[in-house]
Design a binder for this molecule. Structure first.
Ligand code: NAP
Ligand code: ZN
Ligand code: ZN
Length: 346
């Protein structure tokens, strides 16, 4: 099926209009018209090869919200007209312990990414969501609650689940003090979920102008990290720190903010290693953890939670010809708080 998209034709270049063919639907596949597609900072890292060599032409996009247009003969989970979401992966081995446990993101053979990789046939280059049409196996797509606007839902498919999963895993809730580092696409979802779970929430940001927005999202405190004295002031304060920062930074300053047995969860992926002072870990039995998106059952759970609590991402809906500007603004931490492409403009 001929598909319109925006693609990077080579590393570190602007995205341009691009057409390619998607496969016909198989018995277990559904076809969808994409209506909205979020721009994740991971898209930018990969276009710029900040995580290593990538596949080009690359159609990024793994925050996909749309409507089912066709179902294969054996499909039971979806019907034509359903609202449907696709996230960061489109398949996995299905047989390893993690896949069987619904943790497909940690598949022993690696998840099959929505773009910048090969599909499970080992030869088709996966093309992502900056496009008007998609085909996916029904087991790797999720239902979108009827009461939520699709443009606000698209970012939940990556930014949302990526914060929901560690927030659940590290028991962020009543009586816990949590700090969210970086108020961008991921960070603002971390604030919304932590608040909904009943925790006391602090935003650690290098953009003082975001204070008003952070408090409007429900954060209880806002700390500008440009003033280095705040690291002394808030020493040993937090049970959990969720690090969503996309750039390199001194992680040790942030470790000092953890209280006894606290955990700093690394979520941002700048592509360069952190230099960790082990003394900062030993003192207070602190931990560094990591978390990557979430599996299909948790993705559905998160969307249902959002439906019940009326949670969506704060979005700036853009036309496709604004993608390159949106990239520049995101890198400059000037995103309020997720760019979402209206894919009818592709
Ligand atoms: P984003 O919207 O650009 O937000 C990143 C935020 O980090 C910025 O808004 C900014 O917040 C802060 N920041 C940026 N540069 C900084 C600097 N030089 N110093 C201090 N703070 C800085 O990005 P995103 O889409 O949320 O993604 C964040 C990171 O998570 C990316 O590296 C992405 O690849 C990664 N990611 C990981 C997963 C996973 O599964 N673990 C999933 C998706 C994305 P302030 O202005 O508030 O300081
Ligand atoms: Zn993402
Ligand atoms: Zn597996």
């Amino acid at each position: 099926m001929n598909t319109r998209s925006y693609a990077a034709m080579a590393a570190k270049t602007d995205l341009v209009p691009f057409q390619f063919d998607r496969r016909e639907i198989g018995a277990h596949d559904v076809a969808l018209d994409i209506l909205f597609s979020g721009i994740c900072h991971s898209d930018i890292h990969q276009v710029n090869e900040e995580w290593g060599p990538a596949l080009f032409p690359m159609v990024p996009g793994h925050e996909i919200a749309g409507v089912v247009t066709k179902v294969g003969s054996s499909v039971s989970k979806f019907k034509v007209g359903d609202r449907i979401g696709v996230g960061v992966f489109v398949d996995s081995c299905r047989t390893c312990d993690n896949c069987k446990a619904g943790l497909q993101q940690y598949c022993a053979e690696s998840m099959t990414g929505t773009y910048n990789g090969l599909e499970r046939d080992g030869k088709t280059v996966a093309m992502g969501g900056y496009s008007n049409y998609f085909v996916i196996n029904e087991d790797y797509a999720v239902h979108i609650p009827e009461n939520l606007p699709l443009e606000g839902v698209a970012p939940l498919l990556c930014a949302g689940i990526t914060l929901y999963s560690p927030i659940k895993h590290w028991n962020v809730g009543p009586g816990k003090k949590v700090a969210v580092m970086g108020l961008g696409g991921l960070g603002h979802m971390g604030v919304k979920f932590s608040v909904a779970m009943g925790a006391e929430v602090t935003v650690l940001s290098h953009s003082p102008s975001k204070e008003k927005d952070a408090l409007a999202m429900g954060a209880h405190h806002f700390v500008s990290t440009n003033d280095s004295s705040v690291f002394k002031k808030h020493e040993k304060e937090f049970d959990v720190i969720l690090n969503t920062v996309s750039a390199e930074l001194d992680i040790n300053q942030y470790l000092s903010l953890l209280r006894q047995d606290g955990t700093l969860v690394v979520i941002g992926l700048p592509g360069k290693p952190y230099a960790v002072e082990v003394g900062a870990l030993l003192n207070g039995r602190r931990s560094i953890g990591g978390s990557m998106i979430g599996g299909i059952p948790e993705l559905q759970e998160m969307l249902d939670f959002c439906g019940n609590h009326n949670i969506v991402s704060d979005v700036e809906v853009i036309k496709a010809d604004y993608i390159n500007t949106a990239y520049t603004r995101t890198v400059a931490s000037d995103v309020k708080y997720r760019f979402v492409i209206d894919t009818s403009t592709i």
